[in-house]
Ligand binder design. Structure first.
Ligand SMILES: [Zn+2]
Ligand SMILES: [Zn+2]
Length: 242
């Protein structure tokens, strides 16, 4: 059953006892758009990605409006190391005394505050020059508290979900797949125009393998880092920009 109250969509278990959760999309816009997702579970809140550094006060206000106070945020899950998903990670960890969990494949990026660490090429050089112009040169570095690997069960945080490692957009990209079939996918898939695979590629072979794997996991709804949620069966295999 799905119902909507105060910005949250409630996902209830059908025919099974146990935990339900509510999903609040925190949409941010500052020259680009990105989504963070706040999950309300019976034992507290989980935040997936932390968004744009220029939208910090908006994000804090959204958490407060949702009733998430310091001590209530059990976990911050980072889908991957890119700046637009990590602009407030270090800040929120400190403010909310929350643990930060992500895959080790992207930890060098976040520990250096440089999403292009080790990546070369003309496009990267141009983007490095452009980012400060939009106020996004580097982000606050942080060291993740928890290294997530494929299959990691998050139920110890009150959230009946598991980690799916989906490299290709970055080495450490992950999705979070709930028992109900909701996937928080970071940037591997997006829906800014239509449901599509990312065009920003770290490794195209890995990316294709990750997308093929997602098709086999019984995913119902995809909550992307960019764009609106969509049903997995709406994804036809095309390309998009995330
Ligand atoms: Zn990304
Ligand atoms: Zn992104």
């Amino acid at each position: 059953m799905v119902s909507r109250t105060a910005g949250f969509i409630t996902i209830s278990k059908e025919g099974r006892g146990g935990m339900q959760y509510e999903i609040k999309t925190i949409y941010q816009k500052y020259l680009m758009t990105v989504n963070c997702y706040l999950l309300k579970t019976p034992s507290g809140f989980i935040l997936i990605d932390t968004g744009l550094p220029k939208r910090r006060s908006d994000l804090v206000r959204e958490l407060e409006t949702a009733g998430c106070k310091p001590g209530d945020l059990k976990l911050i899950v980072i889908t991957h190391g890119h700046l637009d998903h990590n602009g407030n990670t270090a800040y929120l960890r400190e403010k909310y005394d929350a643990k930060v969990a992500m895959h080790g494949g992207d930890s060098a990026m976040v520990e250096s505050g440089d999403m292009f660490r080790g990546v070369k090429g003309l496009t990267v050089a141009i983007v490095r020059i452009m980012l400060p112009l939009v106020g996004m040169s580097r982000y606050d570095c942080f060291k993740p508290d928890i290294a997530l690997e494929d299959g990691r069960d998050l139920s110890e945080y009150g959230f009946d979900a598991r980690v799916v490692h989906v490299p290709g957009h970055s080495k450490g990209s992950i999705g979070v797949l709930t028992a109900e079939g909701d996937l928080f996918c970071g940037d591997i898939l997006g829906n800014t125009d239509k449901p599509a695979k990312t065009t920003i590629v770290d490794d195209s072979v890995e990316l294709d393998a990750s997308v093929e794997r997602l098709k086999t996991l019984g995913i119902r709804t995809v909550y992307p880092g960019h764009g609106k949620p969509f049903r997995m069966d709406q994804y036809a295999g095309g390309l998009g920009v995330q």
